[in-house]
Design a protein around this ligand. Structure first.
Ligand code: ATP
Length: 233
């Protein structure tokens, strides 16, 4: 379970997160949705201990990320692509992440197969397409077999087959009892896979609920998104 409570983040005189609060529950795919600059990455960075909040809490099963005894086995995350050095191969990168987190080496081959990168495991990351980089980032997130997944824009750069694949992966993870939180700036991208939506605009949560609850009363998914976030077409 992910609990975000009254999160406040200021940058200079600007409040980029204004009392942001929501939960992401086990067995559910929760999509964190909002236009560019709404505050999604800022929230996820605080959740993952990469940035500090000025106020509020962001917790995994009641604990901040920094205090988790075995973080990669509890939470798998991906922010801004793979995070791998360009001169490394996918295999080297994952082996390094596994080694530095006490994860058995056999997991490297397992996750490479799971994300469809086995044949490209010895290719340097510099030669990867955007979609392959996303797959590598997801492979790293899966290494520790975590119960919770936090993924920032995981669909970004994936082709239609890749999008179908990630939706299946996230659905299966939640169906197996996992907690999945993913961010997106496109309602149409997540409506098929998400159970719950959390919509943010200008640093404030504007609505939360199931996909049906959030989109009812609107002509279509895009209409709902534009109306809720105040984005004008
Ligand atoms: N390091 C930073 N310094 C100053 N302002 C920042 C910084 N990072 C983010 N911001 C500002 O905080 C606000 C929220 O940005 P954030 O990246 O969290 O939005 P987002 O919803 O993730 O958008 P996107 O979909 O474009 O990634 C924006 O106005 C952004 O300009």
């Amino acid at each position: 379970m992910i609990t975000i409570d009254q999160l406040v983040k200021r940058r200079g005189s600007r409040t980029v997160l204004d009392n942001v609060g929501f939960t992401a529950r086990p067995g559910r795919v929760t999509a964190f949705l909002g236009p560019n600059g709404a505050g999604k990455s800022s929230t996820l960075r605080i959740l993952l201990g990469l940035d500090r909040a000025d106020d509020g809490h962001a917790l995994f099963d009641g604990r901040p990320y920094r205090t988790l005894p075995d973080p990669l086995r509890t939470v798998g995350s991906m922010l801004e692509g793979s995070g791998a050095h360009r001169s490394r191969t996918a295999r080297n990168h994952l082996a390094w992440v596994a080694r530095s987190n006490g994860i058995p080496r056999r997991r490297v081959a397992e996750v490479l197969a799971e994300v469809g990168l086995a044949a490209d495991a010895r290719v340097r990351v510099a030669k990867y397409s955007l979609g392959m980089g996303q797959r590598l980032g997801i492979a790293a997130a899966l290494l520790g077999e975590p119960q919770i997944l936090v993924l920032d824009e995981p669909v970004n750069g994936l082709d239609p087959e890749g999008i179908r694949w990630i939706r299946r992966l996230l659905r299966d993870h939640a169906d197996a009892g996992g907690t999945v939180l993913l961010s997106s700036h496109l309602m149409t991208e997540v409506a098929d896979v998400a159970d719950d939506l959390v919509v943010i605009a200008n640093g404030r949560i504007v609505t939360t609920g199931t996909v049906t609850e959030v989109t009812s009363g609107y002509a279509d998914l895009e209409e709902a998104f534009f109306a809720l976030t105040g984005v004008t077409r």
